[in-house]
Design a binder for this molecule. Structure first.
Ligand SMILES: NC(=O)c1ccc[n+]([C@@H]2O[C@H](COP(=O)([O-])OP(=O)(O)OC[C@H]3O[C@@H](n4cnc5c(N)ncnc54)[C@H](OP(=O)(O)O)[C@@H]3O)[C@@H](O)[C@H]2O)c1
Length: 295
């Protein structure tokens, strides 16, 4: 196995800030969420310029400003490249991607101001851009690193053939991808094989399928939930712990990003770290999720 590199010194469980604006919290409540995560060892926070319609980074930065010393205990991740149509960006006529050096630099500068920090520990290109110029992107990444504004770089939601040309020009730290029992594409489309091959530990978004593991009512979801509940009960653990253990079992050594507002969900996820599911349990969950046996 390739030596796996921990991107940007991220914590083994990461806190995702995507939903932060929806929670409609006061700055003090946001600070409590940040501190609650830090106190249990969830020290990395995942952002993107566009979260909350370009508002989440500022909401986070406002809370961080109440206790600026916390910055030295955390790692901040952000992303750029998606351009939303929204009143705060009147120049955007169509939702599109922009991975030009000019936009990447402008987005990083904006994220630094909003988060009230002088550097990002990790910057990711949010989605692959059909117009991405690999030389230009590698060059702006290298310049931002030289300037100390960005410590590590990576991508998100890329196909293997899109990650490889960039990684050849400049070593990437990670690939952020979706994985959960209901969303298994990365297991079979070459994405996680490539992570293993290159020694990139993937960051995993929506590991609890955005909560649908617990709430969805379609037949497939109910079948999966029944299996998860029975396997979790046999082991005396929660369904959250079991699902995170399922994600962690992949040999690419994934780093799950949780999107919950509740610290107890992070605690349940941390409880999965010492577990190692046996292969049959892992495939039992795969089978319940897919509704079929392996061939
Ligand atoms: N790179 C990308 O393209 C991309 C895309 C999407 C997300 N992300 C990142 O990944 C992070 C995580 O994504 P996510 O929020 O979808 O992750 P997730 O952890 O799979 O889902 C979080 C959601 O599940 C709910 N939930 C958790 N436990 C529950 C339970 N027992 N019963 C009912 N609901 C429950 C949470 O609600 P409560 O708050 O009430 O617990 C929350 O709304 C995001 O914050 C973002 O940083 C990246």
């Amino acid at each position: 196995m390739a030596a796996m590199h921990n991107p940007a010194g991220l914590s083994p469980i990461v806190a995702g800030a995507w939903r932060l604006a929806e929670w409609q919290w006061t700055p003090q409540q946001r600070l409590a969420w940040i501190e609650g995560n830090l106190d249990i060892g969830v020290t990395s926070f995942d952002h993107a310029d566009i979260y909350g319609g370009y508002s989440v980074e500022s909401l986070f930065g406002e809370a961080l400003a109440l206790r600026p010393a916390l910055r030295s205990r955390m790692q901040l991740v952000s992303k750029c490249g998606i351009q939303l149509v929204t009143p705060s960006r009147p120049g955007h006529q169509v939702k599109h991607y922009d991975t030009s050096a000019t936009h990447v630099r402008a987005s990083v500068e904006h994220s630094l101001r909003a988060l009230r920090t002088d550097h990002l520990d990790l910057l990711l290109i949010h989605r692959p851009d059909a117009l991405q110029d690999y030389d230009e992107l590698a060059e702006v990444f290298a310049t931002l690193r030289r300037e100390g504004k960005v410590r590590n770089v990576g991508v998100s939601n890329f196909a293997p053939h899109q990650l490889a040309p960039l990684h050849r020009r400049l070593p990437l730290a990670t690939h952020q991808v979706e994985l959960s029992p209901p969303q298994r594409s990365a297991l079979h489309d070459g994405v996680l094989d490539q992570c293993q091959d290159l020694g990139l530990r993937p960051m995993i978004w929506s590991p609890l399928a955005g909560g649908r593991i617990f709430t969805a009512q379609d037949e497939a979801a109910c079948r999966l939930r029944a299996t998860l509940e029975s396997l979790a009960a046999e082991r005396g653990i929660s369904v959250t712990t079991l699902v995170i253990a399922w994600v962690l079992r992949h040999p690419s050594q994934p780093l799950p990003i949780l999107g919950s507002r509740r610290i107890e969900v992070a605690q349940d996820a941390l409880a999965a770290l010492p577990l190692r599911l046996d292969a049959q349990t892992w495939w039992q969950i795969w089978t319940a999720a897919s509704g079929r046996e392996v061939p």
